[in-house]
Design a protein around this ligand. Structure first.
Ligand SMILES: [Zn+2]
Length: 724
């Protein structure tokens, strides 16, 4: 605020202009609260020009470092920053984005960066860097560009900003180079911890868009004119988590406090309204919201976006990012795996935070791009699982990664090559599945920047998911200091481990065997997620049940048996199919099948199955049920020496039977006749010498019950000899 007082002293009218802006802001915020639809939903994109003024090569920061700062601004103002948390529910996506200008004030193509060498080593806060007449660089039209000067301010000042209402000639933001950009987004940047994550610029652009410090630059009686930031009596430094003043917890995570970069992670809904008011219709910075400094003519061609990625997965939210498709907007859709309906959201940026997810749940997400008249197909799904609960683990960090750090960690599906990460890196969005009882191999590859040193190693898994690594068996691997590379350890997941996503910590520490908690001199800590499951994923099918045999075949039942199948994990049973219908499942190696029809052919198939649902090749047998055997009453002529049935013809069957001593069983002879039709029966008698008068009867057991009750529907011609 010192800078503001200085400005007001130099410009007596400034105070009045700022009061007018304040009155407008109050009206606008009130109006926006009743009609949010007016500008909410439209992402405002502000063109930025960065003027680098340097007195040495370090201060002449790289384009990559500048881009890392633009990326941080976009993440922080869109609330896609990886370090966001659920602590403050009023945290907001401000829907304001920034991009390096692609067109300069004259309409020429630009990368949005100017550079100027200077002999000035400290610029102070009197705006000399903004004036060519004083050795600085004049701003590009401040109505159309957010001007950011990157030069060494000196005096321990990280940056300063001009509030809305100030002189156009000096409008913009100034940041010292060692605080401009983020060490999380590249290497070899000129940055100084603990202000090396780009939050100085987020803070100063907040001022530029009319935000006050969160404590209102006064005691408990002074507010920052934002309703949803707690009243506070002063700045917080470092990371004074849970500190409170004026009867409430201070929001030390707010970008408008003085906390270290790694401690800050939010703007609130109220701050969003203030910033958007100054950009809204009638607002002092409205022209910036309307300014378009992107190269025109880029044709929109809807293509499936690449690089779909998830990060910052918590129990309820995830950050989704993807590569941009020129001039396109996007639809993102996601659903719980195993469900059928998608949740869809339209976005113009290349990232979105999905919120209100269920904990410990697996989701899939897809993205497609859209142009005015074209829509691409959706990308392939990327899957992620929300964490079960938010546990707070002890700090573990190497103070220096100058000489050595963890380069690669490999375990199951984890194969992560990473940089030094400032001594601690949270890789808990990287996970692998591990099964209880399984023995796993972890491979840790160290990296030495120069000399090779002795390194000790520790791997810790919070098996009972209680937020520490102190329980028995949670130190899963240690190795005393050596120069071995890579280091390979093995450990077995205990049966007592809790199932689900579980924290794993990997530590490399110079000249000591590390412990799970605390800071240490040289080396690095990396945290990962292992998802512990009941059994290993089994994809191997059992062998076929062999020697399938049918026993005790009757007219309607049959016993099937087979020899047991085998499996890498275990056969849990057998499925038996009759034709293609599943008729039973058994755990032993036989089944009694009933309800069959006599004299009928059946195919039976038996499969072996395991707990994972793998099914063996089939074993099939074809059997025919027994025919029904009926007992008929006796019928016998006592003497057939004088006459006998000599010939029978019926239904295509003929039988010259001759004398058969009073009874003959010719049931192997088959006549074929049709229901409802008349068939001719020819029977003739044989005589030894002279012929006699013979009487005939013919029975058919039409209902196949073994009884010839009556002369069933059979018309018999009166006896003649021979009967034709
Ligand atoms: Zn400030």
């Amino acid at each position: 605020m010192h800078n503001l007082e200085y400005r007001q002293s130099k410009d007596p009218m400034l105070h009045q202009r700022m009061q007018e802006i304040e009155d407008f802001t109050l009206r606008k915020v009130k109006q926006m609260n009743t009609s949010q639809g007016k500008i909410v939903g439209n992402v405002i994109q502000i063109p930025v020009v960065v003027h680098v003024i340097y007195s040495n090569s370090q201060e002449n920061i790289s384009e990559a470092q500048i881009q890392s700062q633009i990326a941080v601004l976009n993440e922080d103002f869109r609330r896609t920053n990886a370090d966001q948390t659920d602590k403050w529910s009023q945290a907001a996506d401000s829907e304001i984005e920034f991009y390096l200008a692609e067109v300069d004030a004259e309409g020429n193509t630009t990368n949005g960066i100017t550079r100027k060498a200077s002999t000035t080593t400290e610029w102070g806060t009197t705006d000399a860097m903004k004036l060519a007449s004083q050795g600085g660089v004049n701003p590009w039209n401040t109505e159309e560009y957010l001007n950011i000067w990157v030069c060494n301010i000196g005096g321990g000042i990280l940056g300063y900003a001009q509030f809305p209402g100030g002189s156009a000639a000096t409008d913009g933001v100034v940041i010292s180079p060692q605080y401009f950009g983020s060490s999380d987004k590249g290497s070899n940047f000129y940055l100084m911890a603990p202000f090396d994550k780009g939050r100085t610029t987020t803070h100063e652009v907040g001022h530029f868009l009319n935000l006050r410090h969160i404590w209102g630059d006064g005691g408990c009686g002074i507010d920052d004119a934002v309703a949803d930031t707690p009243i506070s009596d002063g700045a917080n430094y470092g990371c004074a988590a849970e500190s409170s003043s004026c009867g409430s917890e201070d929001m030390v995570q707010n970008y408008m406090d003085y906390s270290d970069d790694s401690c800050m992670n939010l703007y609130t809904l109220g701050q969003k309204s203030r910033m958007r008011a100054v950009l809204a219709e009638g607002g002092f910075r409205r022209s910036l919201a309307l300014s378009d400094k992107k190269r025109g003519g880029g044709a929109c061609s809807a293509a499936v976006p690449n690089g779909l990625n998830t990060s910052s997965i918590s129990s309820s939210r995830v950050v989704i990012t993807w590569d941009s498709v020129a001039a396109a907007t996007y639809d993102v859709r996601y659903r719980e795996i195993g469900t059928s309906s998608w949740n869809s959201t339209a976005v113009s940026a290349t990232s979105i935070t999905l919120t209100e997810l269920s904990e410990n749940t697996q989701y899939e997400v897809q993205v497609r791009s859209k142009c005015t008249s074209e829509i691409s197909a959706y990308s392939a799904s990327v899957n992620f699982r929300t964490s079960e609960t938010i546990l707070s683990y002890c700090t573990s960090k190497g103070n220096s990664v100058t000489d050595e750090y963890i380069q690669t960690v490999q375990l199951g599906g984890i194969n992560n090559q990473s940089g030094s990460g400032n001594g601690y890196t949270d890789h808990t969005d990287i996970f692998t599945n591990l099964a209880k009882g399984d023995t796993n191999t972890i491979t840790i590859t160290p990296f030495w920047t120069g000399n090779v040193y002795n390194e000790g190693y520790g791997v810790f898994i919070d098996y009972n998911q209680d937020g520490d690594f102190e329980d028995s068996g949670e130190i899963v691997f240690t190795k005393s200091p050596s120069q071995i590379t890579p280091v390979i350890g093995s450990f077995t997941i205990p049966d007592s481990a809790k199932e689900g996503p579980t924290r794993m910590r990997v530590i490399l520490s110079y000249e000591e065997t590390p412990e799970a908690c605390g800071t240490y001199e040289y080396g690095e800590t990396e945290d990962y997620t292992v998802i512990i499951g009941a059994v290993a994923s089994d994809i191997e099918a059992p062998t076929s049940p062999a020697d399938l045999t049918a026993n005790n075949i009757t007219e309607t039942t049959i016993d099937l048996s087979w020899t047991a199948a085998s499996d890498n994990v275990g056969v849990i049973g057998y499925d038996i199919l009759q034709g293609t219908i599943l008729i039973g499942s058994v755990s032993d190696t036989s089944i009694n099948i009933t309800g069959l029809v006599a004299n009928t052919e059946y195919d039976f198939t038996v499969f072996a199955k395991d707990a994972a649902g793998n099914v063996s090749n089939p074993e099939t047998i074809t059997i025919t049920t027994k025919d029904i055997i009926l007992e008929y009453c006796d019928s016998q002529g006592n003497d057939s020496s004088y006459e006998w049935i000599d010939f029978v013809s019926f239904g295509g069957m003929t039988n010259s039977s001759g004398n058969n001593a009073g009874y003959a069983d010719f049931t192997d002879k088959v006549a074929n006749v049709t229901r409802g039709s008349t068939a001719q029966l020819i029977i003739s008698a044989g005589f030894r010498s002279s012929s006699y008068v013979e009487f005939w009867s013919v029975w058919i057991d039409f209902n196949k019950d073994g009884i010839f009750q009556i002369l069933k529907n059979l018309q018999v011609v009166p006896p003649q000899v021979p009967l034709i």
